[in-house]
Write a protein that binds this ligand. Structure first.
Ligand SMILES: *[C@@H]1O[C@H](CO)[C@@H](O)[C@H](O)[C@H]1NC(C)=O
Ligand SMILES: *[C@@H]1O[C@H](CO)[C@@H](O)[C@H](O)[C@H]1NC(C)=O
Ligand SMILES: *[C@@H]1O[C@H](CO)[C@@H](O)[C@H](O)[C@H]1NC(C)=O
Ligand SMILES: *[C@@H]1O[C@H](CO)[C@@H](O)[C@H](O)[C@H]1NC(C)=O
Ligand SMILES: *[C@@H]1O[C@H](CO)[C@@H](O)[C@H](O)[C@H]1NC(C)=O
Ligand SMILES: *[C@@H]1O[C@H](CO)[C@@H](O)[C@H](O)[C@H]1NC(C)=O
Ligand SMILES: *[C@@H]1O[C@H](CO)[C@@H](O)[C@H](O)[C@H]1NC(C)=O
Ligand SMILES: *[C@@H]1O[C@H](CO)[C@@H](O)[C@H](O)[C@H]1NC(C)=O
Ligand SMILES: *[C@@H]1O[C@H](CO)[C@@H](O)[C@H](O)[C@H]1NC(C)=O
Ligand SMILES: *[C@@H]1O[C@H](CO)[C@@H](O)[C@H](O)[C@H]1NC(C)=O
Ligand SMILES: *[C@@H]1O[C@H](CO)[C@@H](O)[C@H](O)[C@H]1NC(C)=O
Ligand SMILES: *[C@@H]1O[C@H](CO)[C@@H](O)[C@H](O)[C@H]1NC(C)=O
Length: 513
């Protein structure tokens, strides 16, 4: 549940009011699953686009349905989760098996930009096999930050932030968390009895949520001083009280170096940090000043997301980021880009290797976003507060653009492209109705299923007396068939090479369509 009342109350105080366009983005409807109204995708692509399915969550003021979504590249829905306030959603692996991971909980929009929730893990049958949670009584009570908090809505309650859910091959997960805490802000011109958002990095055991390691920004302000955040994240009116704390670090991604140390991205410091397992800050790369490095080849970045390590040796690490140097406060300044950079700890140089953007369609994401490197060398960019995907080939040419909402009205925290085999443990859904006394139409779908190729329709005048009436090819998320005659009951079966046949329940045919 998004905190609407708090947002409304706050927008009068701090947020500039943002006029919404009333034009609704077109959405699809299905007879077999009436509640599902996913957006239509607008797709432009050429033959170079990589294969795979597209994964994104949907939220935002203009979102028709808050949900997790998987589509194919013809714009057909593959799976929708049903309603939920979700953020980090990704296809990934747990113990070598494909899984989906999604954050779910209560999220506070800017100027907080953090959330409290759990990470749900789903297997290929879309069964929720694990919830990764963080419970520690030394965090403040939520009621003190958000008085309207209703604990019955969030069971289990957990303190995991919405930004990160990065699973390791050993079955652990890196997450972020925030601790709103009293802090002396006089060093940056704020009150002595001020309030700050501490950012924590944790490694949790996915199977039992045990905390294996944790790190706190405020325990390391000697190396990451508050004053360094002020140029890119001024205090403004924040920090005066517990409800409006100042959040200088704003952790949004965690990745692991070969030696076990961590690459941590701080949006508001406009920096990425290498942090050892002893908690020490080994280096700081600031996107404007360079920090410990000299910036080469016109490298600059800020408000970045999704810092990932792609290769490393004793001197050099190749890193990708989603570069949103478009200001956290002001927008439409520098267009959002995807960048690759190399960090050389011998020469103390950080060098721009490649920068990706579409010259024919500049995008100004205000928040969120990701940059995924595919195995064929292509880059997928998901633009967060602008619900678009762009795929770039190795040379930086755009080979695919996908859109599913209006900029700023709909948001999708991160967007991925990946192969995925879905074998739902639920049954197919069917709706049938009499078009006339001579014809019955049958609409069938199987949410999440990727492997069946055809449908068999059975119909009859009693539940027990069904017979095969037709076979039809699967044509998309929902397949429709027309059968002659006016039967009373219908059932459908999903068929495919090498898969077990699964049947819907037997349903009564509606008298009218
Ligand atoms: C509304 O539409 C105008 C004109 O197309 C556009 O400039 C603006 O960004 C849109 N606003 C939102 C919130 O989508
Ligand atoms: C796809 O589009 C890009 C950019 O316009 C172009 O460089 C590339 O050759 C195209 N590929 C194919 C297979 O059409
Ligand atoms: C999608 O939105 C429609 C219209 O608001 C609503 O009736 C439906 O219940 C929603 N479905 C889900 C899955 O949220
Ligand atoms: C995860 O939490 C949800 C409530 O948000 C609950 O319904 C579900 O059973 C939990 N799953 C597991 C594996 O504990
Ligand atoms: C809770 O957090 C505090 C402060 O970081 C830490 O010292 C303590 O070990 C944590 N407790 C548990 C049960 O994880
Ligand atoms: C949160 O901050 C308080 C101080 O306000 C501290 O006592 C507590 O240990 C912190 N919790 C964690 C999990 O860091
Ligand atoms: C995670 O917990 C399970 C179950 O207790 C345990 O078998 C496994 O070794 C733990 N993994 C790590 C990395 O601690
Ligand atoms: C907290 O600070 C904000 C911003 O300065 C202010 O608008 C709000 O009224 C304050 N709330 C309380 C309870 O003092
Ligand atoms: C490390 O990798 C960089 C970039 O690929 C390369 O230029 C350099 O020669 C490598 N250094 C070593 C010591 O392998
Ligand atoms: C935009 O880019 C320029 C350098 O190209 C930089 O000086 C500026 O700070 C960037 N960001 C904003 C929000 O202006
Ligand atoms: C089916 O036939 C009956 C009797 O002739 C008629 O009343 C009814 O309207 C017809 N139904 C449809 C759906 O055409
Ligand atoms: C329908 O056809 C399948 C073979 O395609 C057969 O296994 C099944 O028994 C038939 N069902 C009925 C009710 O005739």
């Amino acid at each position: 549940m998004r905190v609407q009342s708090l947002l409304v109350a706050l927008s009068a105080v701090i947020l500039p009011t943002c006029a919404q366009n009333n034009t609704a983005w077109p959405f699809q409807t299905f007879r077999s699953l009436p509640g599902f109204e996913p957006p239509q995708l607008e797709i432009t692509q050429n033959a170079s686009a990589a294969p795979g399915l597209i994964f994104f969550p949907i939220s935002g003021d203009g979102a028709h349905n808050y949900s997790l979504n998987i589509y194919d590249q013809d714009g057909e829905l593959v799976w929708q989760s049903g309603y939920g306030d979700y953020a980090a959603f990704r296809p990934t692996e747990l113990f070598g098996e494909p899984v989906l991971a999604a954050w779910s909980g209560i999220s506070f929009p800017e100027p907080w930009g953090f959330g409290y929730g759990i990470v749900k893990i789903f297997n290929q049958n879309y069964e929720n096999i694990y919830n990764v949670t963080l419970w520690n009584t030394t965090y403040p009570t939520l009621e003190s930050i958000y008085p309207e908090y209703d604990p019955t809505q969030y069971d289990p309650f957990s303190w995991i932030d919405m930004h990160e859910n990065n699973i390791t091959p050993r079955g652990t997960m890196f997450v972020g968390a925030v601790n709103v805490t009293a802090w002396d802000l006089t060093s940056i011109g704020g009150p002595e009895d001020g309030w700050i958002v501490d950012s924590l990095v944790l490694e949790l055991n996915v199977t039992n949520s045990e905390i294996l390691w944790q790190w706190s920004h405020l325990a390391h302000v000697d190396h990451i001083p508050l004053t360094d955040a002020v140029p890119t994240y001024p205090l403004g009116e924040l920090g005066q009280n517990q409800s409006y704390p100042w959040g200088p670090f704003h952790i949004n991604s965690v990745d692991e170096f070969e030696d076990g140390s961590l690459l941590v991205s701080s949006r508001h410091y406009c920096s990425i940090f290498k942090i050892g397992r002893d908690g020490e800050v080994q280096w700081t790369l600031n996107g404007y000043s360079g920090g410990d490095f000299t910036l080469k080849n016109d490298l600059h970045f800020c408000y970045q997301h999704d810092a990932r390590i792609h290769s490393e040796n004793s001197s050099t690490t190749l890193i990708s980021i989603f570069n949103n140097d478009n200001s956290a406060v002001v927008s439409y300044v520098n267009q959002t880009t995807g960048i690759f950079l190399s960090v050389n700890t011998d020469t103390k140089e950080a060098t721009l290797v490649k920068e990706l953007y579409d010259p024919s369609e500049p995008i100004y994401a205000v928040s969120q976003g990701d940059h995924q490197l595919l195995s064929n060398g292509h880059s997928i960019m998901g633009y967060g507060s602008v619900p678009f995907l762009k795929e770039f080939d190795k040379h930086g040419n755009v080979v695919q653009t996908v859109k599913w909402g209006q900029a700023q009205a709909v948001q999708s925290y991160r967007t991925y492209k990946s192969q995925w085999v879905g074998t739902p443990s639920t049954r197919p859904d069917v709706f049938a109705c009499a078009e006339s006394n001579a014809t019955t139409s049958v609409h069938m779908s199987w949410n999440g299923a990727t492997e069946h190729q055809s449908w068999k329709v059975l119909a009859g005048s009693s539940r027990e007396g069904l017979r095969n009436v037709t076979d039809v090819k699967k044509t998309g998320f929902e397949t429709s068939a027309s059968i002659s005659g006016h039967a009373q009951f219908v059932q459908v079966e999903a068929h495919g090479d090498g898969i077990k046949t699964v049947a819907s329940t037997v349903v009564a045919i509606a008298e009218a369509c």
